[in-house]
Design a protein around this ligand. Structure first.
Ligand code: KIV
Length: 271
């Protein structure tokens, strides 16, 4: 708490201090105002406006079609709700690869139009020029290594990455490249726990894991998975804290029954 009794806002420096103190960092996705408000109230440190909105909100198979305009729309909705958490916004596929000027313009749009606090980009040495250019504008950058869903057509599957030594060695080198470039944190997605531990120990910036074992400096999950809103996605790393899929469809069923039977609305619910 600050001296004014308000919750202190989380910054990139806060995350650095948390790693230093050995305090775990919590991160969750949000894409809309109502859930972002609850997530922020729940005390999460970082809210990721993830391009997983492409799957979760838009029902697409991959994150590849996500547009910058849509990411900005989701980030605007989230930003209006959040008092405390650091808001990180995913840069969608095609807005930063291969053209650092384009990357900077895209990141500036996210900061100006959506009031984001930082951006996240997928990839290692191949996108470092874009990362460095974004950083020249004072925009904090979070990296993302391991399973990078925007490259699904290169990988061919969503299975665990960097199990083989060659890929693990590249991942360790990429993590160092991102740290040296100035990233403030790195997401490690779906890699062996021992590799995530090695990377987390080697870096001075925090790592945030998803399917990367317990030794990362923090953890992230997709909110809708944690809430059990859908059950068709069930990776081993996911812990469900609620079963909203059944609770919501039961509530909808009850409402339909009540309307059809004439029970709703009753006299107390009428003017
Ligand atoms: O888009 C997203 O939700 C992500 C997380 C899975 C880290 O990038």
């Amino acid at each position: 708490m600050s001296i004014h009794g308000k919750a202190r806002k989380v910054t990139t420096n806060t995350l650095q201090e948390m790693k230093h103190e050995g305090e775990k960092i919590t991160m969750l996705t949000a894409y809309d105002y109502s859930l972002a408000k609850l997530v922020d109230r729940g005390g999460v440190d970082v809210i990721l406006v993830g391009d997983s909105a492409s799957n979760v909100m838009a029902g697409r198979d991959t994150t590849v079609p996500m547009s910058l305009d849509h990411m900005i729309y989701h980030a605007q909705c989230v930003e209006r709700a959040v008092d405390r958490a650091l808001i990180v916004v995913d840069m969608p596929f095609g807005t930063y690869q291969g053209n650092s000027r384009n990357a900077l313009d895209s990141a500036i749009r996210i900061m100006k139009e959506a009031n984001g606090h930082a951006v996240k980009l997928e990839g290692g040495s191949e996108i470092v020029e874009s990362i460095e250019r974004i950083l020249t504008a004072g925009i904090p950058v979070m990296g993302h290594l391991g399973l990078t869903p925007q490259s699904i057509y290169k990988f061919g599957t969503y299975s665990v990455r960097a199990k083989e030594e060659k890929e693990a060695v590249k991942l360790i080198a990429d993590a160092k490249v991102l740290e040296d470039a100035g990233c403030f944190a790195i997401v490690l997605e779906k890699i062996p726990a021992h590799l995530a531990k090695q990377v987390s120990e080697a870096l001075s910036i925090p790592t945030i894991g998803i399917g990367a074992g317990p030794d990362c400096d923090g953890q992230v999950l997709v909110l809708h998975d944690l809430l059990g809103i859908t059950t068709d996605f069930s990776p081993r790393f996911l812990r469900r804290y609620l079963d909203l899929e059944n609770q919501i469809s039961d509530a909808v069923k009850s409402y339909c029954e009540d309307v059809r039977s004439g029970d709703f609305p009753n006299s107390d619910e009428s003017y």
